[in-house]
Design a protein around this ligand. Structure first.
Ligand code: SIN
Length: 314
């Protein structure tokens, strides 16, 4: 008889039967996409990051699957804030509290506008503020401007008292981890989600001597296996520096149960799957759950808490 293991996870009192979710951006733009994740083995669903107004995003081709992952410059195509707000409210009234509303303003003013609407709404679930989209032309990733993040968080927490997570870009120097964690630790942030794609990579087809995607002269965010070591370092680096009550979501390079296991070892409470979910669709949640359970059984772990954050170093 197989030993039973639990995939149960929790963020700020919201319980998830499974720690696996989609990453904002992949197959989560429409009500149909969102419902198919919600009714799959995934523990919950994250909406496509909403901008105030509907956006068509960048020109095609804007995403390319690669041997070790993907490059994309989607440019936040989405149906606009009202669409996703209506979705999460409907899901909430149907009893789903495992729906995360992701928002990505094109300016701090847009972020504040959407967060004010959320504050005034009946939505009581998790909100994820995306400070890290690398693909909007002419708009730098806010997460790399520490002073801007500090100012924005100061403004937000003057009025926002719901549960807010931050989706961050990858950082590469330990002083960046120190500085960003010191800023975030001043505020009642619920969780940090690391990482968004590794921004502004360039992939070339050497036969045609051409960049493989069209927007921004071929520059785009890298996901998949290319991103995993950077993602693990960011989850670990923030877990070591953030106040214990600020939880972590790990995103980046997950395509197997072992990848999830490693993210949890680094301190992830939940994980989100982007590139591999894009190519495999909702069956990935069942496959990876099975793989993770097999690993846990083999290692004698029954709950995620048995190994969460317990990475050893040499
Ligand atoms: C995009 O729409 O460009 C990708 C989403 C993101 O990186 O936040």
């Amino acid at each position: 008889m197989q030993t039973k293991v639990s995939m149960q996870a929790e963020i700020a009192g919201i319980s998830f039967d499974n720690l696996l979710l989609n990453a904002a951006g992949i197959r989560c733009s429409t009500v149909q996409d969102l419902n198919s994740i919600l009714t799959s083995e995934a523990g919950g669903v994250v909406t496509k990051s909403a901008t105030v107004e509907e956006r068509a995003g960048n020109e095609s081709p804007r995403m390319r699957a690669l041997p070790l992952g993907s490059i994309n410059s989607m440019g936040l195509p989405n149906h606009g804030f009202d669409y996703y707000m209506a979705y999460v409210l409907k899901a909430q009234s149907a009893g789903y509290n495992n729906v995360i509303l992701s928002v990505a303003g094109l300016s701090p003013a847009d972020d504040l506008l959407m967060l004010r609407e959320i504050q005034q709404s009946g939505f009581d679930g998790l909100v994820e503020l995306n400070l890290s989209c690398p693909n909007v032309k002419g708009k730098p990733q806010v997460g790399y401007d520490f002073a801007a993040v500090e100012q924005l968080l100061g403004e937000i927490f003057k009025f926002f008292d719901k549960r807010l997570g931050l989706k961050l870009p990858p950082y590469f120097d330990l002083t960046q981890f120190d500085e960003m964690a010191a800023i975030i630790n001043q505020y009642p942030v619920t969780y940090v989600n690391s990482i968004n794609s590794i921004g502004n990579g360039l992939v070339i087809d050497p036969v045609t001597e051409t960049a493989v995607i069209k927007p921004k002269g071929g520059f785009g965010g890298l996901g998949g296996e290319y991103a995993k070591p950077t993602a693990l370092a960011n989850v670990r680096g923030f877990r070591q520096r953030l106040k214990p009550e600020i939880q972590m979501i790990g995103t980046g390079g997950i395509k197997s149960g072992m990848d999830v296991f490693e993210h949890v070892l680094c301190g992830a409470d939940l994980v989100q799957i982007g590139t591999a979910f894009g190519s495999e669709g909702t069956p990935i949640f069942d496959r990876i759950s099975q793989e993770l359970q097999d690993i846990m059984i083999e290692k004698g772990y029954r709950r995620l808490a048995d190994f969460r954050g317990k990475l050893k170093t040499l």
